[in-house]
Design a protein around this ligand. Structure first.
Ligand code: 9YW
Length: 447
């Protein structure tokens, strides 16, 4: 069936197509983030992909996380990219220069930064899916949860130890890529302080060659800053404390903080089911509590919108991005503030904007001066982020909001192209088609 110019697939057909995307992008041990644009494994993509795979084959789903965890650094960091050997992506492992870092993993080449810690959430989802499928699948998922417990604890411990800022309590990031929302206007001000000098080795971008329109990607000026930060990280030898000390970009990220709180609490619950030691569970809950408190304290006193914090300048960053709703992921707000945030989220500046094809929040409010409906993290809708909020709403007992996000998310993706992101007014798929994590969350919504 067709609606206007847009093809719309029925649920069963859409699910079959999503499964095909995951199969086509599968190299055997890992599913690449997308077929052409991103021929490697990305950390938070792998988490979403694994819970999509759980609907097809639970063993294959746990293999995805196993591949990622096997590339964990000796200090506990889960790297943001695990490289496959395909050299058609820039910056690749040589540019990262991680081979010289003593704490790198020995069996994989990786980048030297991290991404939002959604992995425990994916594990939770895999266990829940497997338990609904069969006893055998439940056993596979639970065995894997036991196997993965130490890796996940070390990962959360790394964040707690190296990234919980004394200045603001938020989890800090040292590169916009660590936020997962690379060129979000959230980072415009902090990036002004990142000034590449003549030492920046020359490079050629490959990403802009692989999308229909390079204007849907970050600018060259932004890429210079991204690459300059890599230069700084490399000079700091990727030692976590030295990195934090020397990076020109050091920002408390409220979205990563809320994800960390939610994931730590989720991991603690998994631990309780597995009879993990009480002290380990308590430690996770205390990290969750600290992160939740920091997210709450970041909220603007009048609007209730959560904010990031530029550690170098000591300033709160008010940007009208979806991250402003982060405390809804992890809780901890007074009821009144929470209600105000929900009203704003449902209102005309966000999901309730009358022009949207699907009533889910864009990455930046269409009412903001920073909004650009076609540019990456500066306006388009991103199905994975919608999934994450929807899942959190369900955990928190907000069923109506959860099912609304699910239905509208499916509506957005019903053209079956599995775009990386979507133009919010027309639903045009942008960036890479057949993006794995989009297929994975659509599959999860439909199953
Ligand atoms: C890049 C893979 C990644 C995501 C990020 C997204 C983008 C990579 O793609 O970054 O080279 O621009 O911003 O969140 O993990 O899907």
């Amino acid at each position: 069936t067709a609606a206007g110019n847009r093809t719309v697939h029925r649920p069963a057909n859409l699910a079959a197509r999503a499964a095909m995307v995951l199969r086509d992008n599968d190299t055997g041990t890992l599913v690449t983030a997308s077929p052409r644009l991103y021929p490697h494994m990305w950390s938070w993509d792998a988490a979403f992909i694994s819970m999509g795979l759980a609907h097809l084959d639970v063993s294959r789903a746990v293999q995805e996380l196993r591949t990622l965890f096997s590339a964990q650094w000796h200090d506990g960091m889960i790297p943001h990219i695990v490289f496959t050997g395909d050299d058609d992506y820039f910056p690749g492992p040589d540019r990262w220069g991680t081979d010289d870092a003593p704490q790198r993993p020995h069996n994989a080449r990786t980048s030297g930064i991290c991404q939002p810690p959604v992995h425990a959430i994916a594990l939770r989802r895999i266990i829940d899916t497997a338990r609904r499928t069969s006893e055998a699948d439940a056993g596979i998922a639970e065995d894997f949860a036991r196997e993965a417990w130490p890796a996940l604890r070390r990962w959360h411990g790394w964040i707690a130890r190296h990234r919980m800022s004394e200045a603001c309590g938020l989890v800090t990031i040292v590169h916009g890529w660590e936020s997962g929302m690379d060129n979000s206007p959230r980072w415009d001000a902090p990036y002004l302080a990142v000034q590449p000098d003549a030492d920046l080795p020359p490079y050629v971008r490959l990403d802009t060659l692989k999308v229909d329109d390079p204007r849907q990607r970050p600018s060259d000026d932004e890429y210079d800053r991204y690459l300059w930060l890599i230069e700084q990280l490399r000079r700091a030898g990727y030692y976590p404390d030295k990195v934090v000390e020397t990076s020109a970009f050091l920002v408390g990220d409220v979205f990563v903080t809320a994800v960390f709180a939610l994931a730590s609490e989720t991991l603690a619950d998994i631990g309780a089911e597995l009879d993990a030691p009480a002290s380990e569970i308590a430690e996770l809950r205390s990290w969750a509590g600290r992160a939740r408190d920091a997210a709450r304290r970041s909220c603007h006193p009048e609007t209730g919108m959560a904010r990031d914090y530029d550690v170098h300048t000591g300033t709160w960053l008010d940007t009208e991005s979806l991250a402003a709703f982060s405390p809804l992921l992890c809780g901890g707000l007074p009821t009144e503030t929470e209600q105000r945030l929900f009203d704003t989220l449902d209102g005309p500046g966000w999901s309730g904007h009358p022009g949207l094809l699907a009533a889910v929040p864009p990455s930046v409010s269409p009412h903001s001066g920073d909004f650009d409906p076609r540019l990456y993290w500066r306006g388009p809708q991103w199905p994975v982020v919608i999934w994450l909020f929807g899942w959190a709403f369900e955990q928190r007992g907000w069923q109506r909001h959860a099912s609304e996000f699910r239905a509208q998310g499916v509506h957005l993706a019903s053209d079956g192209s599995f775009g990386e992101y979507y133009e919010p007014f027309t639903g045009e798929p942008l960036g890479s088609p057949n993006q794995s994590w989009t297929a994975a969350v659509v599959l999860d919504w439909l199953c």
